[in-house]
Design a protein around this ligand. Structure first.
Ligand SMILES: Nc1ncnc2c1ncn2[C@@H]1O[C@H](COP(=O)(O)OP(=O)(O)OP(=O)(O)O)[C@@H](O)[C@H]1O
Ligand SMILES: [Mg+2]
Length: 546
C-alpha cells in the first residue's frame, strides 16, 4: 500500500492532482464569461452520455448541460449575488436529451487584475438521491392518504411486550378507531388499547420484532369507551430498530357483504334445485302426454272386444246353466224302464267323462274369463286417467274428507299392524276433482301399506301457505333405492311380484296431480321409509276450472 502524503506535499505533486482529476466521479468544469466550456474532467463523458471528452470543449455550457438553458441565467444571478453557490440544485440533460437531477458548487474565477474571467465548479449527479427522496415522499403520501390505519410501535425492551410504545400513527387510524393521533402517540399499547392483551395482540407484535416475520390476524373484535367497536383485520410487519408496523382495516362491511354473497349463493342453489325439479317433472309430463295419446287409442281399441267378452260371459253362464238344467231333467227319466238301457249308456259315458268334474271345470273356466275381463276393464278404466276427459269438472272440496274415507276403505289392511298418525292442519277447501284426488290417496296409502312388513307407522300431514295446500304421506316401510325412485312415476314400472301390482298407481297419481296444477315429489332411502309430498293450488287457473 502506498503511503498517503501530507496535504502540503500533495499540493506540489501535480501528478496526484491529475490522478484525482481523471478519476473523480463528480464533474469538474470551468467556463469562460461567454459560457464556453474551457476545462472539463473526464467524468463528464459518463455523466452526460458523450463518447469522448473533446466533444465538450468550446461548447456552450447552458446549451450542453442544462435541461432548460434559461436556468443558467437564474444561476448566474445568484452567483453574482453570493459569489459562490453551494449544492445548488440543477435540472441537467444527457446527450440524448434525458433529464436528470444534479447539484453544483460553483464560484467565479479571476485573473491577476481581479477581473472575473469565468466560473469554475463541481457538478454532482443526484438522480439516485433524488429518486430515494421522491420514494420517501411518495411513501409518506401513501401513509397519509391510505384508507388503511397504520400504527408504528417500538419495542423498548426485547423481552417485555409491555414496552411496546406507539411512535407514529396515520390519519386513517384516527378515522377508523375514532381516537386522535395525538392521543395515542407516546403511550404504550396497553395504555392505548387495554383490552388487546387478553386477545394476545401485544404478545404477537413483540414476536414480530423478535422473529422478524410478518403476521396477519383476521377478525379482531375490539371496542371500548374510546375506540369504535369494529372487526379489524391486521397485518404486523417488522421494521428496523426494534419497531413493528401495524396496518389495519375495519372488515365489518366486508364481512356483511361476504355474508350477503353467501346467502345469495344459497338462494341461487335453491333456485337451481327447483329448476332441476321442474325440469324432471316437465320431462315426465311430456312422457305422460304422449303416453296419454297412445293409451287413449289402445283403451278405445280394447274396449270393444272387452265389451264383447264381458257382454257375452253373463248370457253364456246362463246358457250353460240352462243346459245343465235340461241335463238334470234327463236324469229324472232314469226310472223309466224303456229308456233304461239307453240311459245306462249315457250314464257310462258321463262317468267316463267325470261329468261332475266337467261341470265344475266349466264353471271355473267361466269364472276365470269373467275375472280376467273385469281386471282388463279396471286397467282400461285406469288408463283413462292419463287422458284429460272433457267432462271432469272441478268442485270445491275438503280433502280431509277424501283422506278419511280412503282410510276407512283401507281399514282392514291396516288394523293391528299399522298405526295411522294424522297431523291435519288448518286448510281451506280447494278446487279439485275429488274422485281423482281420492284415487291418488288410495294409490299412495296402498303403496305405503304394502311397503310396511309387519308393524309400522304411516304419518299423514296437511298444511297450507294460503295459496297452496300440501299433503305429506310418510311411511316407515322398506324405502327405495335411488334407481327405483327414478322410475316410480313411469307407467307399468313395478317391483311387486306378478299379478300383485300393475305399476300404474303412481303414474296415474302423477297425471292427476299435474292436471290439478300441482306437484308430487318423493324422498326415500333403502330401509329409511318413504315420504311423498303433494302440493296443490287452492284455486285453479281460469282455463283449468270448468
Ligand atoms: N311407499 C313406498 N315404499 C316403497 N316403495 C314404493 C312406495 N310407493 C311406491 N313404491 C315403489 O314404486 C313402484 C311403483 O309404484 P306404483 O304404485 O306405480 O305401482 P305398484 O304399487 O307396483 O302397482 P299398483 O299401484 O298398480 O298396484 C312400486 O312397485 C314400488 O317399488
Ligand atoms: Mg301402487
Amino acid at each position: 500500500m502506498k503511503k498517503i502524503k501530507p496535504f502540503e506535499a500533495i499540493k506540489k505533486d501535480r501528478k496526484v492532482y491529475r490522478n484525482i482529476f481523471e478519476n473523480m466521479v463528480e464533474v469538474l468544469y470551468r467556463a469562460d464569461n461567454e459560457g464556453r466550456i474551457t476545462l472539463i474532467s473526464p467524468s463528464a463523458v459518463t455523466m452526460f452520455g458523450f463518447s469522448k471528452l473533446e466533444d465538450f470543449i468550446g461548447r456552450n455550457i447552458a446549451e450542453t448541460f442544462y435541461y432548460k438553458p434559461e436556468d443558467r441565467t437564474v444561476f448566474l444571478k445568484k452567483l453574482d449575488q453570493e459569489n459562490k453557490v453551494v449544492n445548488y440544485p440543477l435540472l441537467l440533460k444527457k446527450k440524448d436529451g434525458t433529464m436528470f437531477h444534479g447539484k453544483t458548487t460553483s464560484y467565479f474565477i479571476y485573473d491577476e487584475e481581479c477581473n472575473h474571467v469565468g466560473v469554475e465548479g463541481i457538478i454532482m449527479d443526484t438522480s439516485e438521491q433524488f429518486l430515494a427522496e421522491q420514494a420517501l415522499q411518495q411513501a409518506g403520501d401513501i401513509v397519509n392518504n391510505t384508507q388503511l390505519g397504520i400504527y408504528i410501535y417500538k419495542l423498548e425492551s426485547l423481552d417485555d411486550d409491555r414496552t411496546l410504545t406507539m411512535i407514529a400513527a396515520n390519519p386513517a387510524s384516527e378515522k377508523l378507531t375514532g381516537v386522535p393521533v395525538t392521543e395515542v402517540i407516546g403511550k404504550t399499547l396497553d395504555e392505548n388499547f387495554p383490552g388487546l392483551r387478553e386477545k394476545g395482540i401485544p404478545q404477537k407484535y413483540a414476536e414480530v420484532v423478535r422473529t422478524q416475520n410478518p403476521i396477519e390476524i383476521e377478525n379482531i373484535y375490539y371496542g371500548d369507551n374510546r375506540v369504535v367497536e369494529a372487526a379489524y383485520s391486521v397485518k404486523a410487519f417488522p421494521l428496523p430498530n426494534m419497531q413493528v408496523g401495524v396496518s389495519f382495516e375495519n372488515i365489518m362491511g366486508r364481512k356483511k357483504m361476504e355474508n350477503e354473497l353467501i346467502s345469495k349463493n344459497r338462494e341461487l342453489e335453491k333456485t337451481l334445485e327447483k329448476i332441476n325439479e321442474i325440469n324432471t317433472q316437465l320431462i315426465l309430463s311430456e312422457k305422460m302426454a304422449s303416453l296419454g295419446e297412445i293409451t287413449a287409442g289402445v283403451a278405445h281399441e280394447i274396449k270393444n272386444p272387452l265389451n264383447f267378452i264381458t257382454g257375452n260371459i253373463e248370457p253364456l253362464k246362463r246358457d250353460v246353466a240352462d243346459i245343465f238344467e235340461i241335463l238334470e231333467k234327463y236324469e229324472g227319466l232314469v226310472t223309466d224302464l224303456q229308456l233304461k238301457k239307453v240311459l245306462e249308456g249315457i250314464e257310462n259315458i258321463k262317468s267316463e267323462m267325470d261329468f261332475d268334474l266337467l261341470f265344475n271345470e266349466i264353471q271355473k273356466l267361466m269364472e276365470g274369463i269373467s275375472d280376467g275381463a273385469n281386471r282388463m276393464r279396471e286397467i282400461v278404466k285406469s288408463l283413462g286417467s292419463f287422458t284429460r276427459k272433457g267432462d271432469d269438472s272441478f268442485v270445491t272440496h275438503n280433502i280431509h274428507q277424501g283422506i278419511e274415507s280412503t282410510l276407512i276403505l283401507l281399514g282392514n289392511k291396516t288394523k293391528d299392524r299399522i298405526t295411522i298418525h294424522k297431523e291435519f292442519g288448518q286448510i281451506s277447501d280447494i278446487e279439485c276433482q275429488p274422485e281423482k284426488l281420492n284415487q291418488v290417496f288410495m294409490n299412495l296409502l296402498s303403496n305405503a301399506i304394502q311397503a310396511i312388513e309387519g308393524k309400522g307407522d304411516i304419518y299423514i300431514k296437511t298444511g297450507s301457505d294460503g295459496e297452496n295446500l300440501s299433503i305429506t304421506i310418510r311411511d316407515t316401510g322398506l324405502g327405495m333405492s335411488k334407481d327405483v325412485q327414478k322410475r316410480i312415476f313411469e307407467p307399468f314400472f313395478t317391483t311387486k311380484e306378478l299379478g300383485k301390482g300393475t305399476g300404474l298407481g303412481l303414474s296415474i297419481s302423477f297425471t292427476i296431480i299435474e292436471q290439478h296444477g300441482g306437484t308430487i315429489i318423493v324422498k326415500s332411502g333403502p330401509s329409511k321409509g318413504t315420504e311423498f309430498t303433494i302440493t296443490l293450488p287452492i284455486r285453479q287457473a281460469d282455463d283449468q276450472r270448468k
